[in-house]
Write a protein that binds this ligand. Structure first.
Ligand code: ADP
Length: 257
């Protein structure tokens, strides 16, 4: 189910150690991995397996000690400050427990990335307002534009975070445990947005998660990391985020003998 079959992310022989000359096991060890444009790709593995390190290498937040990381045709390790800034404009990022500015409305939070763009690339205020309104509709929160973060539920806040990550229409969206603090109903809402970002906006989505239900619900393939090594890349037998168990069903399943 790969839309175009061309790689947007390619890691070749990537090794990352956090301390030079450290004899300890590297955080990532000789990893080869390729993620296609248009995929929803899962990264799974136990705590400490190297999942976050992998995302940070793609985003240029850290550099590899060996090997190359290529994103949308750019060698990330060879980019200067300006190149990194351009790369990051093409990458949306969502983390667990998204941070929104509490004194700004939902719309003003979502507008932030547009306002931080270099002057030459800024849109007019009207265009920015339209982009914000469109992406808030897209995540199902058009009616919340003028509310403040404290007035929202956890799931709504996470969708505001998604809107903020998507407002610049990046070709790549990196998500680190985007649903880990949510219940099953709100998880399904967030997953629906991720699936629609791929289907309707053409965004490639990489999602770190420890929740295999999330992988089954939306991922085409998933990489299993084990202590820094890429153990295998699995093709996912998909279920559907719409068939995720309801909270009541889950409670019954988990608690009843
Ligand atoms: P995961 O996201 O799968 O939990 P990480 O990529 O965060 O794994 O970590 C992989 C390994 O690298 C772990 O052993 C972790 O302790 C180590 N590590 C991660 N970040 C740092 C850092 N900034 N400094 C030193 N060690 C780190």
């Amino acid at each position: 189910m790969h839309a175009s079959g061309t790689a947007i992310i390619a890691l070749a022989g990537v090794t990352k150690r956090y301390r030079r000359g450290d004899d300890a096991r590297p955080a990532l060890d000789a990893v080869d991995l390729s993620i296609d444009r248009g995929e929803i790709f899962g990264v799974i593995g136990e705590s400490g397996a190297g999942k976050s390190t992998l995302l940070q290498l793609v985003n240029g937040l850290t550099t590899a000690d060996a090997g190359t990381v290529t994103v949308a045709g750019r060698d990330v390790g060879g980019l200067g400050r300006r190149g990194l800034r351009e790369l990051r404009r093409d990458i949306g990022v969502v983390f667990q427990g998204i941070h929104l500015l509490s004194n700004r409305t939902v719309a003003a939070n979502v507008a932030l990335p547009l306002q931080l763009a270099p002057r030459a690339q800024r849109q007019s205020r009207q265009e920015e307002a339209r982009a914000v309104a469109e992406i808030l509709e897209f995540v199902g929160l058009g009616h919340r534009a003028h509310h403040y973060p404290a007035q929202l539920s956890g799931g709504e806040r996470q969708r505001v975070g998604l809107a903020r990550a998507l407002v610049g229409r990046p070709s790549l969206l990196l998500c680190d445990e985007p649903t880990s603090s949510l219940d099953t109903t709100t998880t399904a809402e967030v997953l629906r947005v991720l699936a629609r970002a791929r289907d309707e906006l053409g965004t490639t989505v990489v999602v770190i998660t420890h929740d295999l239900d999330v992988v089954k619900a939306i991922c085409d393939r998933a990489a299993l990391l084990e202590r820094g090594a890429l153990r295998e890349v699995l093709t996912v037998a998909r279920s559907d985020y719409r068939s995720l168990p309801s909270y009541a069903e889950q409670v019954r399943r988990e608690l009843q003998a």
